[in-house]
Ligand binder design. Structure first.
Ligand code: SF4
Ligand code: SF4
Length: 118
């Protein structure tokens, strides 16, 4: 999920579609900021957000209803995977994974300028 006042605030699909994994040291136990109580180990070097490593993923840090109103409860402390996941059209670049996540929830892809299409 990207930030600020944008279509992500009424989407959240990517937070409930993929496994969200990252280098373990991004957790608070490794000197990082991601609260480890919201993470689980994946391997010796990787952690993931709890709730995302399952058949129907949904990150435990996501509040609200996908496609309506959502928020990330650890927005300032979210992992790099989330910070680097741009919404489609952000900075003029498409993001097929954003489009795919939205389609999974019956949401139209964002227009090339990142706005919501009706
Ligand atoms: S940490 Fe926040 S931005 Fe990342 S998947 Fe979870 S709810 Fe989404
Ligand atoms: S799927 Fe795309 S529009 Fe929806 S929250 Fe994620 S980045 Fe934002």
């Amino acid at each position: 999920m990207s930030g600020n006042d944008n279509p992500c605030m009424s989407c959240g699909a990517c937070c409930a579609c993929f496994r969200v994994s990252f280098y373990w040291a991004e957790g608070t136990d490794g000197g990082g900021v991601v609260p480890i109580e919201l993470t689980e180990p994946l391997s010796a070097f990787l952690r993931c957000m709890i709730g995302t490593n399952q058949r129907s993923p949904r990150c435990n840090a996501l509040s609200g209803e996908v496609g309506k109103t959502v928020a990330c409860s650890i927005y300032a402390a979210r992992p790099s995977t989330c910070r680097e996941f741009d919404r489609s059209g952000e900075d003029g670049r498409p993001n097929a994974a954003c489009d795919r996540a939205r389609a999974h929830y019956g949401l139209a892809p964002l227009s090339p300028d990142g706005a919501q299409m009706d």
